[in-house]
Design a binder for this molecule. Structure first.
Ligand code: GDP
Length: 353
């Protein structure tokens, strides 16, 4: 027993000695990434995704498919009568997803009815207002006392659904994207891709890309690969760029075919697999959103869109302050003139008496 203890003590001292020896050339800042990692993991991550596009393009189905959760089980689908004068109700769902000990608070902001009421004039205005309100709230919180516990509700990404049945973009798509492109990262999607042949999907994608360029719409730009990055990353980045708008398919059900079970859609002539890269860009989109570009989407929101908003806010606040100061200065000088007049009067009175 004593021998055993002596051996353990010996081993312990050897370890301490080894670490001390190592510490001589090692200050320890190499552990910084681990410290940051531990702290961020403890806090958890937040991400806000907005979906927009006309009703029936498969927005909720795709969101359920993307995050493997039924976010919309209580949803009431409006009937035709309700849709005629439908106002744009913006609904936000937040769910906590945990994967390998990492917690993600995912918020989905849905804009039902967008673009499908009879009068669609500026129906995107509600979406724009919502995005601005989140910026405003963040700006207030940031300037307030409790800056430590700010909740970030800013919209990090907008998945914009484009109908597969039209010839490219509709005027409302152009109007909407142009109204929002300076405020949010827009990722255009070609909805219900299973209704298009490969050739049709290819030509629709090219047309939409051309129109996006032609109308000066600034969609989310994938960051350029660094020159020292490997060939595989560069190739992946190019595939992403060439796939815009992502042709997507959604499904809320599992189908079974050839002994395999998968999320898909079953038709009399066969089945389409949501996650099959030959059938759609679904996987490409999900990997991009979750695995590779989530942080970049948040960075662009913070560094570009929010900074623009903040700069505009500060500019208009400064303008208002200058105007207010001028107004006060003007009213004070009027009072001084008035006092001067009174003095003159009094003076004259004095002289008279
Ligand atoms: P939302 O109003 O845009 O949220 O659309 P929903 O997700 O409620 O979908 C409307 C209808 O389209 C439902 O019947 C879905 O089953 C169907 N749908 C959803 N995604 C797809 C798809 O990728 N392809 C096809 N063909 N139908 C889809």
């Amino acid at each position: 027993m004593n021998l055993q203890r002596a051996r353990v003590a010996c081993l312990y001292h050897a370890c301490v000695f080894f670490l001390q020896d190592q510490d001589k050339e090692y200050v320890g800042f190499a552990t910084l990434p681990n410290q940051v990692h531990r702290k961020t993991v403890k806090k958890g991550f937040t991400f806000t995704l907005m979906v927009a596009g006309e009703t029936g393009l498969g927005k909720s189905t795709l969101i359920n498919s993307l995050f493997l959760t039924d976010l919309y089980k209580d949803r009431k689908v409006p009937n035709a009568e309700e849709r005629i004068g439908q106002t744009v109700d913006i609904v936000k769902h937040t769910i906590g997803i945990e994967e390998k000990g990492i917690k993600l608070w995912l918020s989905i902001v849905d804009t039902p009815g967008f673009g499908d009421a009879v009068n669609n004039t500026a129906s995107w205005k509600h979406v724009e207002d919502y995005i601005d309100q989140q910026f405003e709230q963040y700006f207030r919180d940031e300037s307030g006392l409790n800056r430590k516990n700010i909740k970030d509700n800013r919209v990090h990404c907008l998945l914009y659904f484009i109908s597969p049945f039209g010839h490219g973009l509709r005027p409302i798509d152009v109007e909407c994207m142009k109204a929002l492109h300076e405020k949010v990262n827009i990722i255009p999607l070609l909805a219900k891709a299973d209704s298009l042949t490969h050739a049709e999907a290819y030509s629709k994608k090219s047309k939409i890309r051309e129109e996006i360029k032609q109308f000066g719409i600034n969609i989310y730009q994938f960051p350029e690969c660094e020159s020292d990055e490997d060939e595989d990353s560069k190739r992946q980045e190019q595939i992403l760029k060439d796939s815009i708008p992502f042709a997507v398919i959604g499904s809320n059900i599992q189908v079974e075919s050839k002994g395999r079970k998968f999320r898909g859609r079953s038709y009399p002539w066969g089945v389409v697999e949501v996650e099959n890269p030959i059938h759609s860009d679904f996987l490409l989109l999900r990997n991009m959103l979750v695995r590779t570009h989530m942080q970049d989407l948040k960075d662009v929101t913070r560094e570009t869109h929010y900074e623009n908003y903040r700069a505009q806010c500060i500019q208009s606040m400064t303008r208002m302050m200058v105007q207010e100061r001028k107004r006060r200065w003007r009213s004070r000088s009027t009072m001084l003139t008035y006092d001067d007049d009174r003095m003159t009067c009094l003076g004259r009175k004095c002289v008279c008496t």
